[in-house]
Every structure is written in C-alpha cells, then in structure tokens.
Design a protein around this ligand. Structure first.
Ligand code: NDP
Length: 408
C-alpha cells in the first residue's frame, strides 16, 4: 500500500488527435462562463487549471490539461489512445497503474480480467458521465474507487438530444443530402417529414439529462411523459405538465418519440429488445444518447427495415468504437453520430477541471464530492448508489478490438 506522498502512475486513455493535426483552428475564441449547474450544484472547483476553456482537451495531445499538474507533483502520467486487445498500449501500461482515467466516448473497458492484471489500481475516473465501461462488480469486490464528473455534460447531451428529435421527425439529413447532391427534390425530401408539435414525447430516466430534455421540449407544445425509478416532485410534474408512467412498457405505448436517459447497468441492459419495440406505435422514433447497449442492436435495425420504427438516432454504440460493419452505420432512417454529444469543447472544459478536482482530493486525502462517487469502500456510493445497480455491463466489450483488426 502506497503512502500519501508516494509517486503514482496515472494511465489516461483519450481519443485520437484530429486527422489534420493538433491543435485545430478553433471556430470561436471563448466559451461562456457559467456560475453553477441548473440545480445549483457547484461547478468543478480544482485549485487551478492549466488550459484555456474551449481548448480541445479530450484527445491524446489535449491530455485533459493535466500533465504539468501531475508532473509537478512527481507523478507519472501516461496518455494513449490504443486501448483494445491484449497487445494494446493500455493493457501494457495497466499492470502498474494506480489510477485509470477514461472517457465514455472512447472507453478503456475495465473488465474484471483487466482489473485482475492491475494489482495497484485504486481508482478509475470517468472523464464524463457513465461508468458502465468499468466492471462495477469487480471494482466493488477489489475496493477500487470509481467516480465520474456528475453534471459536467448533462446539458450538452440534452441539447444534442433535442437536435436529434428534430432531425428525425423533420427528416433533416436526407434534405441536407439533396442540397449536397445538387438537387431540388422537394417531394422526395418531405415524404417522411412531420412536425413535432402535438406529438407525445416519453423520457426514460428523468435525471439531469432527461429532465433537461423535458424542459427544452416543453416550448414545442408537445405532450410530455416520463418514467423513472424515483418520481419527480408533484409541483414539478404540474409545472411541466408531465404524465408519469409506472413502467417503460406503459411509456412506450403512449408515445410517438421515446428518448432514453437512464444509465446502463444490469437492469437496463438490452431493455429495448424486439418485444418492447414491438409494443411501440408503428412509426415511432427512438433517440438514445444514454448507452448503445440499452437497445438490442439487431432489433433496432430490423424495426427500421420493416418500418415499425420511423427513425432512430443517438450517439452511443456498443462496443465503442463499433466495427465498421456495425448495422447501425447503414440501417435506414437513422441519424447517428459518433459518441460526441457529451464532448463538445464546452463540456471538455468542465470535465477536465472535474477530473483534476477529483485527483487533487485523492492525492491530498480529502473527501471526493458525494455526487462524483459511483463506487467507494467496496459498495455503490453517492450518485452510484442512487442511479446504478450492482453487477457488470461490460460483457462483449472485447469486440471493440475489431475496429482496428477486422478487414474493412
Ligand atoms: P442521472 O443520474 O442524473 O439520471 C439518470 C436517471 O435514470 C436517474 O433519474 C435514474 O433514476 C434513472 N434510472 C436509472 N435506472 C433506471 C431504470 N431502470 N428505469 C428508469 N429510470 C432509471 O444521470 P444523467 O442524466 O446525467 O446521465 C444519464 C446517462 O446518460 C448516464 O448514465 C450516461 O449513460 C449517459 N450519458 C451520455 C453522454 C453522452 O455523451 N452521450 C454524456 C453523459 C451521460 P434514480 O436516480 O431516480 O434512481
């Protein structure tokens, strides 16, 4: 067991730099400064930061702005993108790592097998929200602390979700394509285009993101529905004219658009299977910016092909990166993005600062904020105890290696 002042090895897995080099030419010179999160939660509050908010921090050269802070304290900081497969740089560096930092957009899957290869590992930090890439059961069993930067990108994701709802229902992408193709094919372009006004929108998981989506969709004059493990206060339901459903089956039958915002944990894995999707009205839309594995990959593709679903959008896949022949890349009527909603330049400034805050607390033996904790002391803790269930949702993540090995 290392003492408080001993040097640590921090292994950080980040996505690749831009193909045209780092840093990119930024479109804007600054980002807005926010005083607090919408519920009053304090913004990340490290003792300092060594980056300019608005910088690209989530790629390898961005290093989450942590290098000088860590090296000044004498720690070893290793950053890489090569994360999948037994011969990856991550597996090699993991063997003597004290801390692993990873982003859900390019997750370093910490399976029980990998955790077994890392006897020094004390902490796994998610630079973002959603720690399902860590086998939480193994972290519980091995007394590894798991934390994430709660709220850092919740509003970012809610904005992306609203964009996707509109893109699907109004059928934006094919219309954009007609412009690029040099056409003016209005009949083709509007053949699947509807107004959102008057539709019923259902939110699964009315937490930070789900509630922000409800709030943002209200001015569209839609009917708002939700289900959650904990019901919102009656005055909130009244103010936003929300209809609560006891379960997801009831929610999906009542809605035209269903947007998924619960974490991935054993209770929600493959929740949207063929059976649940078949209960949705013909012509429904699903937006999933939560986690790819909450939906059954083949059931979604099939429902789009048969026309039972009118559209599917989201930015989350399983595994990540998905193989180049993943059916969601080419299924009809989709509006998928790579996992980008929570890693806007604006969000990166918050989660980079949040990771530094967590590290400062840990090095200095101070408590980490309760809202950042997922696992601590051999059990679910803080935000994790509220929103997750025990167990493992990393099964199948070893297939992520196909992105780099499989013939394209
Ligand atoms: P919150 O914890 O604020 O909200 C999650 C909500 O889901 C909670 O209200 C929770 O209920 C609810 N929930 C959990 N399990 C169930 C269930 N079985 N049925 C119904 N509701 C359930 O988190 P956020 O809103 O900030 O984030 C939600 C998820 O979005 C993250 O876990 C992550 O997977 C994903 N995410 C995606 C990002 C992206 O870039 N695409 C970025 C950030 C997050 P309760 O707490 O009441 O038990």
């Amino acid at each position: 067991m290392k003492g408080p002042n001993e040097k640590r090895k921090i292994v950080c897995v980040l996505y690749d730099d831009p193909v045209e080099g780092y840093p990119p030419k930024y479109a804007r010179d600054s980002i807005p400064t926010l005083a607090a999160y919408p519920d009053g939660q304090l913004m990340p509050s490290p003792s300092g930061i060594d980056f300019s908010p608005g910088d690209l921090l989530g790629c390898v050269s961005g290093e989450l702005g942590l290098r000088s802070f860590l090296e000044e304290r004498g720690h070893k900081f290793v950053v890489m993108s090569d994360k999948d497969g037994a011969d990856s740089a991550f597996e090699k560096e993991l063997v003597d790592a004290d801390v692993v930092i990873s982003q859900p957009f390019w997750p370093a899957y910490l399976t029980s097998e990998r955790i077994a290869k890392a006897p020094e590992l004390k902490m796994a930090i998610t630079a973002g929200i959603g720690s399902d890439h860590v086998d939480l059961q193994a972290a519980i069993d091995k007394n590894i602390t798991v934390c994430e930067v709660t709220f850092c990108n919740s509003i970012s994701v809610s904005e992306h979700t609203v964009m996707m709802i509109l893109a699907l229902v109004r059928d934006y992408i094919p219309q954009y394509d007609w412009v690029i193709k040099g056409g003016w094919n209005i009949a083709d372009a509007v053949a699947r285009s509807y107004d959102v006004e008057g539709m019923s929108i259902g939110i699964l998981g009315a937490g930070r993101i789900g509630f922000a989506v409800l709030k943002r969709m209200k001015p569209f004059d839609v009917e708002l529905h939700y289900t959650d493990r904990h019901r919102l206060p009656a005055e909130v339901e009244k103010e936003f004219e929300l209809t609560f459903h006891e379960d997801v089956e009831s929610l999906v039958q009542a809605c035209d658009i269903v947007s998924i915002h619960c974490p991935l944990h054993p209770e929600t894995e493959h929740l949207f299977d063929q059976k649940l999707i078949s209960r949705m009205k013909r012509g429904s839309y699903i937006v999933n910016t939560a986690r790819g594995k909450i939906c059954d990959r083949d059931a979604v593709a099939k429902a789009l092909e048969t026309g039972h679903l009118a559209g599917y959008a989201g930015d989350v896949w399983f595994p990540q990166p998905p193989p180049r022949d993943h059916p969601w890349r080419r299924m009809p009527h989709h509006a998928m993005t790579p996992h980008t909603s929570g890693t806007s330049l604006t969000a990166q400034a918050r989660y980079a600062a949040g990771v530094r805050e967590i590290l400062e607390c840990w090095f200095d033996g101070k408590p980490i904020r309760d809202e950042y904790l997922i696992v601590q002391g051999g059990k679910l803790a803080g935000a994790g105890a509220h929103s997750y269930s025990e167990g493992d949702a990393t099964g199948g993540s070893d297939e992520a290696v196909q992105f780099k090995t499989k013939d394209q």
